[in-house]
Write a protein that binds this ligand. Structure first.
Ligand code: CP3
Length: 342
């Protein structure tokens, strides 16, 4: 089996260089991605294995990152549960799921039948990557999926979601439980198709108090992470945006790696997470809009804060911004690879 520095770092084994990949590394900041998107709408792109594989490979060629991430979206597997989904550019659900009857009607389909294009994309990518770098599969965490399903779109306050959660917790837990069943089947199908690592995106856990995360979201993240095939072989990353209030809890979710954003010093994050998990992060994506010297200096600062313990993967603290100059993304990767772990 091929040796990958990304996989080694996830399992806190020694590495020759610090591994790096970038959340949303395939996307609008790349001219070659925009060229594909001029001809194809986002959903069609996600559902066409040749195109989805092609845009997955674009940042591998351009940036020299240490992992590829499947091109798709966290909302893709909810469409076959019975949800009408559009993108503009974020997700839009015209008929949000807000009561017990809609929740009970949600299907948990077999991924082989409901999202065969995702599995074909993974198989195709494994052939095309030919063990150059490992392939990360992913899913939205049940809570972050529930947020979009109930709210119908991204939100600042997420009040419709929270109102349902506090007013009708039984229905809310039923929704979480359906989404959890779907996510486990979906991720295990990705692993069977060849995904070599998994990232669970709990982007919106940040809106919960620690007590509410523990009650309404953590048990489901834990159930997903501990139900995945390939324990000890296929690393599981749990990402939370703005999760500094939740780190100790996230460390108990069963992930091999916890991903953090820039609102916390990495050295403190590592201390609070303990040495049972690796850490991934956490450069502010907006730094990449600055001049090259600033990008390099800020990247080094993150690397210094990460310290010398094994079990570190460099990433941004959230997705790369569409207005990022490609040269700055390349400068980040070169700076990380030029930094010798001590
Ligand atoms: O990382 C990668 O390169 C893989 C691809 C990927 C996309 N979305 C592609 C995408 C991944 C891993 C996601 C995850 C995702 N999608 C999350 C979790 C991560 C995060 O960013 O917090 C969330 C919350 C979504 C939902 C979503 N999809 C939003 C909010 C948006 C709009 C974002 C924006 O920048 O405007 C999308 C659309 C989307 N997903 C795009 C891409 C490349 C832009 C679509 C386009 O080309 O027009």
């Amino acid at each position: 089996m091929a040796e990958f520095r990304f996989i080694n770092a996830c399992f806190r084994r020694p590495v020759d260089r610090i591994p790096v990949w970038i959340m949303r590394q395939a996307g609008r900041y790349l001219p070659e991605y925009r060229a594909v998107r001029e001809r194809t709408d986002f959903l069609t792109l996600c559902k066409t294995p040749e195109l989805a594989a092609e845009v997955t490979l674009q940042p591998i060629r351009r940036l020299g990152v240490d992992a590829a991430i499947l091109f798709s979206d966290i909302l893709i597997p909810v469409e076959p549960m019975g949800i009408k989904l559009e993108f503009n550019p974020g997700p839009l659900i015209a008929d949000p799921v807000r009561d017990r009857s809609r929740i009970s009607a949600l299907q948990v389909p077999d991924p082989g039948r409901s999202v065969p294009f995702v599995l074909r994309t993974i198989e195709r990518l494994r052939r095309q990557l030919d063990d150059q770098v490992p392939l990360i599969g992913f899913a939205g965490s049940p809570f972050t999926l529930a947020a979009y399903l109930v709210e119908g779109r991204g939100s600042k306050e997420w009040t419709v979601l929270k109102k349902l959660m506090y007013t009708d917790p039984v229905s809310f837990h039923l929704l979480m439980s359906r989404l959890t069943d779907m996510t486990i089947a979906y991720l295990n199908a990705q692993i069977d198709a060849g995904a070599q690592a998994i990232q669970l995106f709990n982007t919106w856990a940040v809106i919960l108090s620690p007590d509410d995360y523990e009650e309404f979201a953590l048990p489901y993240d834990r159930r997903v992470l501990t139900s995945l095939k390939g324990a000890g072989q296929v690393p599981r990353i749990l990402f939370g945006q703005g999760s500094s209030g939740l780190l100790e809890l996230m460390a108990t979710a069963g992930a091999d790696v916890v991903g953090v954003d820039w609102r916390i010093d990495l050295a403190k994050a590592r201390e609070r997470l303990g040495d049972g998990v690796a850490v991934q992060g956490n450069l502010d994506p907006a730094v990449l809009l600055a001049p090259r010297e600033v990008v390099i200096e800020r990247t080094r600062r993150v690397l210094r804060q990460a310290g010398s313990m094994p079990g570190y993967i460099f990433n941004l603290g959230h997705g790369i911004l569409p207005e990022t100059p490609v040269e700055n993304a390349i400068a980040v990767v070169e700076t990380v690879h030029g930094f010798l772990p001590t």
